[in-house]
Design a protein around this ligand. Structure first.
Ligand code: GLY
Length: 381
């Protein structure tokens, strides 16, 4: 972790991927510079903005005004909000609308929204005319720290999430931290789970800083003049940029980013990918379970698991299975969901476990019977 910011200048984090390298620009009010930044990136380009109905209501006019001010020709493609739009029918509509807007190889797609829009618009950009460049303008905390960076794009199949897609890196990410002011407290908190995940997986100093400063991140510097939010987003983006530049295709260490996701996905699927348990809430709960499972296996002191859990509790994120409203499926169903997600290889499961706070590792020899016994106890707790 580098020292926290003291000025309001935008922070630039580079994702070092040779000819596909790109910048992540982080700062308050950056959407106003969308036009000038796009003009500098691709002079003369036309733009098609892909967004959803909710984000369009809040931020589309501002984005369009910024493009107008820079003299950039633009059109907008607006889809329904929610995970349901990551389907073939919406993907087809977006691709056809991009073609109808006469977007050529020298033009740009702008993904204005959260993770669903980034995944959908990114995959459409990867597909139309065999690949168009795209710019991510993430509007949720979760997408600013995680899903707008890294190049995984895609839609869901009837067999599962994100099964159809492409690696397609954005050409630029613009993270305007003021856009997060319009999120509901619950949605902001759910995104925070991915922030603290970066501390838990590889940066103990950042986790300690979060324990002391999380309230400033939530406040967003409007009254306090603090740049805690921008600093936290930059630390996460630097962490992810480093991992992605070393392991773009997830052959090795990129899997560490899945800390909390194996237990989390099973619980999220068990809750029907619904409002009962948001993705970030599932990750929070999944991180606590990964720490508690590591403690049970003797890999860490129980105090580390208690510390991780105490921070999430302080923030108001779920930390126990009983916190999931409407309950979760039984242990057989959860084990089936885990096996589907991870595939059992030679009778063993792969999990991201920890040797301490900031010390995640890939454990590819986890005995399913141990996981079952652990979850059985957790479901009773
Ligand atoms: N787009 C999310 C990722 O690449 O991790």
């Amino acid at each position: 972790m580098t020292a926290p910011l003291r000025s309001g200048e935008p922070i630039v984090v580079q994702v070092a991927l040779a000819e596909r390298a790109y910048d992540i620009v982080i700062g308050r009010g950056l959407i106003g510079s969308l036009g000038t930044r796009i003009k500098a990136l691709r002079p003369g380009a036309k733009v098609a903005i892909v967004t959803d109905e909710n984000v369009a209501q809040k931020h589309l006019a501002t984005a369009e005004a910024a493009l107008d001010a820079a003299g950039i020709e633009h059109s907008a493609i607006v889809v329904p909000p929610g995970e349901g739009s990551k389907n073939f029918a919406t993907f087809e509509k977006v691709c056809e609308a991009i073609v109808a807007a006469r977007i050529e190889r020298s033009d740009l797609i702008v993904a204005l929204g959260g993770g669903v829009i980034g995944d959908l618009a990114g995959f459409a950009a990867a597909s139309v005319r065999r690949g168009l460049d795209f710019v991510q303008v993430p509007t949720t905390l979760l997408s600013q720290v995680d899903s707008s960076v890294g190049g995984k794009t895609g839609i869901n199949s009837r067999h599962g999430k994100n099964l159809v897609g492409a690696f397609h890196q954005p050409a630029l990410v613009i993270a305007d931290t003021a856009l997060l002011d319009t999120l509901s407290p619950r949605e902001f908190r759910a995104g925070y789970a991915e922030v603290m995940k970066f501390g838990l997986l590889g940066d103990a100093a950042f986790f300690a800083w979060l324990e002391a400063n999380w309230q400033d991140i939530f406040a967003g510097g409007q009254s306090s003049g603090s740049f805690a939010r921008e600093h936290a987003i930059a630390v996460c983006c630097r962490g992810k940029a480093g991992i992605v530049s070393r392991d773009e295709r997830e052959i090795g260490e990129r899997a560490l980013l899945n800390l909390g996701h194996t237990f989390g996905h099973a619980l999220e699927a068990g809750a029907g990918f619904s409002q009962r348990l948001l993705h970030g809430e599932a990750v929070a709960l999944g991180c606590v379970l990964a720490f508690e499972f590591s403690a049970r296996k003797g890999l860490i002191a129980a105090a580390d698991a208690t510390r991780a859990r105490a921070h999430l509790e302080a923030v108001g994120l779920p930390t126990q299975v009983k916190d999931v409203s409407g309950g979760v499926p039984d242990v057989d169903a959860l084990m089936n969901l885990i096996a589907q997600d991870k595939k059992v290889k030679r009778g063993k499961l792969t999990f991201i476990l920890v040797h301490g706070i900031g010390k995640a590792f890939i454990a590819n020899d986890v005995d399913p019977a141990e996981v079952r016994a652990f979850l059985t106890d957790k479901l009773k707790a």
